[in-house]
Ligand binder design. Structure first.
Ligand code: GUN
Ligand code: FE
Length: 434
């Protein structure tokens, strides 16, 4: 068994959008202890309350100056796009054709997929993200590569093969039902294996025929434990194209509704250009919208209205959306989220931000029985944060008068240097060099 002595923070419930967190939503120990064995958390408490009854065989790690939080969760990211981050000058549809599709063609090679899966997971560990919901490419190989790499590390990951049967290069295009049969094979090989789960992954409405979307919906009907991930209402050109391709649907969301793709385990990335009617329909089915602020800024897609989403009762998650996103780090995602909020007069509090990154994303993704907070029996996934990781951060932190202020400073000034260690499944996955 292992124990870490540090400042320990996690969320039991949504702290709300106010400057002070809702009563009972946060659990914080200034001189705290988190202990675990066999990959599971055994307890969290004040260090001194625990010290007298420590088992003799426990290894104590003293990191009293550090802050421990549950591992960060990224609800929407494309591992196959790591190498096209920072591709200049396009908005969504041109960006897909000019940069993204050619890059995804490279994943036909299993060796390339293995290398990229490994590089991606290393980067995730470096930024403290222990769970992600991941788009692979159209190649079943790319999913085998990703899940194998995640399994070797003992990580909790959701992923799926992109389904596309039109409007993409030949080399990435499924036969309508061939893509579904590949998906069935991947589900039977990986879904529920160790800490892995399968997310059915139609890329977005324009690249699937109605027949393929319907068949994807059929998979979800057959097995309610599957997840679904796709894109929705990101870009105005995309909206016009969807209206043209699906004249039978009254709006973009209805395309997905008609194929049975909207449910509590569904994540729709972006959802920028929605009206209140669509927001309500998503909320009624407990579906999730992934807010991808750095991506929305990078592609010039628009400013996501978080308050309108909240008012409609929509479940929100937070995501990097690499390769359109400009940073894999959850801290950078929070910073971009704050900046977008400021432009709309709705600044994101540090409480809401760190809740979203941990417990909030876990709840929305229906993973809260395993990850996202510290309680006995939960998986031992956590990040050890150095609040004085750079000279500038140390200076600013010295001026902070509350935990709220420290957390806000972390989300604005923090980067990968602030991630001192990342642990997942009770194993050390990353330690900062230097
Ligand atoms: N819409 C369809 N595919 C994609 C993608 O790969 N990235 C983003 N940001 N939006 C998409
Ligand atoms: Fe995306």
């Amino acid at each position: 068994a292992w124990l870490i002595r540090a400042r320990v923070l996690s969320f039991d419930a949504d702290p709300g959008d106010g400057d002070t967190p809702r009563e009972g939503s946060i659990v914080y120990h200034q001189d705290g202890a988190l202990w675990w064995a066999d990959g599971r958390i055994q307890g969290v408490s004040d260090y001194h309350a625990l010290a007298p009854q420590l088992p003799a065989d426990i290894s104590v790690i003293d990191q009293r100056d550090k802050l421990v939080m549950p591992g960060f969760i990224d609800s929407h990211v494309h591992y196959v796009q790591l190498d096209i981050m920072a591709s200049y000058g396009r908005q969504l549809l041109d960006w897909l054709n000019d940069y993204t599709f050619p890059e995804e063609c490279r994943f036909a090679q299993r060796a390339h997929a293995d290398n990229m899966a490994d590089a991606f997971l290393k980067e995730l560990m470096r930024v403290g993200t222990t769970t992600a919901q991941v788009f692979c490419s159209s190649h079943p190989n790319s999913v085998d590569a990703f899940f194998s790499a995640a399994q070797r590390r003992g990580l909790c990951m959701l992923a799926g093969k992109v389904l596309m049967d039109r409007h993409a290069p030949e080399a990435l295009t499924d036969k309508t039902l061939g893509g579904i049969r590949d998906t069935e094979r991947l589900i039977s090989d990986w879904h529920g294996t160790d800490r892995l789960g399968y997310s059915v992954t139609p890329r977005f409405a324009p690249t699937s025929t109605r027949a393929q979307l319907d068949a994807a919906g059929g998979l979800l009907r057959n097995d309610e434990s599957l997840w679904l991930q796709t894109h929705l209402s990101e870009n105005l050109g995309e909206l016009d194209w969807v209206a043209e391709l699906f004249p039978e649907s009254r709006d973009y969301l209805e395309v997905y509704e008609q194929s049975g793709l909207v449910g509590p385990r569904s994540t729709f990335a972006h959802g920028i250009h929605l009206d209140n009617g669509m927001r309500k329909r998503l909320a009624e089915r407990s579906a999730n919208i992934a807010f991808c602020p750095s991506s929305n800024l990078f592609l010039g897609s628009g400013l996501f209205d978080r308050h309108a989403a909240h008012e409609s009762g929509l479940n929100l998650t937070l995501a990097s959306d690499i390769g359109a996103g400009t940073d894999l780090s959850g801290l950078a995602t929070l910073k971009a989220g704050y900046q977008v909020g400021q432009l709309l007069g709705q600044p994101l509090t540090a409480w809401a931000g760190f809740h979203a990154l941990t417990r909030g994303n876990a709840v929305s993704l229906s993973l809260d029985d395993r990850i996202g907070r510290f309680a006995p029996g939960m998986d031992a996934d956590f990040v050890v944060i150095d609040l004085s990781a750079s000279p500038l951060m140390a200076r600013r932190m010295a001026r902070c008068e509350s935990l709220a202020e420290e957390l806000f400073t972390l989300m604005m000034l923090g980067d990968d240097r602030a991630i001192f260690e990342t642990w997942a499944g009770g194993r050390l996955q990353h330690r900062r060099q230097n």
